[in-house]
Design a protein around this ligand. Sequence first.
Ligand code: ARG
Length: 412
Amino acid sequence: MRTGIGYGGRGPEGCPRSEEAHHPVAPAVWSWPWGPGRPAPARAAVDPAAAEEFLRLHHTECPAAGPVQPRLDQVHAQIQESGTYVHTPAELTFGARVAWRNASRCIGRLYWRSLRVRDRRHVADPDDVAAEAVTHLRQATNGGRIRPTVTVFAASTPQRDGPRIWNEQLIRYAGYRRPDGTVVGDPRSASFTDTVRGLGWAGGPGTRFDVLPLVVQAPGEPARLFDLPADAVLEVPLCHPRYGWFTDLGLRWHAVPVISNMCLEIGGICYPAAPFNGWYMGTEIGARNLADTSRYDLLPVVAGQLGLDTTHERSLWRDRALVELNVAVLHSFERAGITIADHHTESHRFLTHLAREQRAGRITPADWSWIVPPISAAATPVFHRYYDQADLRPNYVHHPQAHTLAGGVAPA
Ligand code: ARG
C-alpha cells in the first residue's frame, strides 16, 4: 500500500519535512492526451498568476524548498504546454495545510500545521475513491483519537474534471420524508436522501440515524452508490452524567465530521474531491444538529424530561435544555474515548492561534458569525472582538454545483 505523503511530516510553519521538500517535480501521475488534432480543452487553463502566487508563498514560508525561480520557470512551461501543472508532494501538503489556515469559518485552526495529507491524486475511479474514503475514515477516526486529515483525489485538468463526492460529509444521517411532511432522521438530508433513493438506494432500516451511502461520480459517468462498512463509522450513543432518562432518548452521533463536497483550491488548481476532517466541537452537535428546529429539534423533548415549564419563553427552558444536551454530548464522547472540544477551550485555542499568526506576520481571516459559538457566546473570549476578513488562497471552497448535488443551496 502506498503511504500518504506528509504523514506526520511537519517542518516549520506546516512545511513538509525536508526530505519531502526535496522532490524537484511530482512524479508524473497522468499522461496527457495532447497533441496535434486533439480536441480543444474543455476547461480554462490554470491561471499562471495564481500558480506563481502560491509557489512564492511556499518558497517564502518553506526555505527548504530552495530558490523559487527554477520552479516558477518549470511551472510556467508546464502550463504553456498542457494548460496545467502538477504540484510536488511538498507543495500539495503545504497547500492543503494553508487552505485550512485560511478557512475563515473554522475556530479549530491552531493545529493547521499538523494536518495529515493523503496524496491520492492518482485515484479517480469511483470504486477506488470510495475505498480511499473508507480508509480515510478509519485513519482519521484512529479508534477515537481523531486525527485531522485530508485525502486529495485527482485534480481537475483542462481535459477532464476530477471525481466528485456528492455527499456533503462522508457520514451523514438520512432524512426520510413521511407523507405528512415530517421527516424521520436528519431533515437537513431529506433532499439528498430523495436523490440517493432516486439513484437506486433501497434505504436503510428506517431509524433516525441511518448512515447514507456515498455517492461518487467520475466526469461523464453516472453517479455510483457505495455503502460505508459499519466498522468504519464510529458512533457515540448519548447519555447524561446525571439523568438516566437521557439514555432512553436513544440519541447518538458520529465521531468524525468529514466535509466531502468542498473543492481544495491550490495555486489555480482545483481538487474537487478532497474530503477533510478535524474533530467535533460539542456545540456543533448539541447546540445545532440535535437542537435546531430545522434539524432534530430536540429541545422540547429534553425540556419535557427535565420538567421545565415550556409554556413561557421566559422560563428559559430552551436555554436550560441546551446546556444539558451539550453536557450530554461532551460527557458521552469523553466517556467513549473520542476526541471532542468544548467551546470554551476551543475559543481560547483560537486566540492562541491568532496571536501566533500575528507573530508570524500574517493576518487570520475569520468570520465572526461562524467563529462565535452558538451557546454562551459572550462567555467565550472570541465574542469580544472583530476579525480580519479576507478570502485567501489556498482554501477549501464551495463550488455552487457541488452544493446543488448535496441538496442544499449555494452559500452567498
Ligand atoms: N458542523 C458540522 C457538523 O455538525 C461539521 C463541520 C466541521 N466541523 C469540524 N469540527 N471540523 O457535522
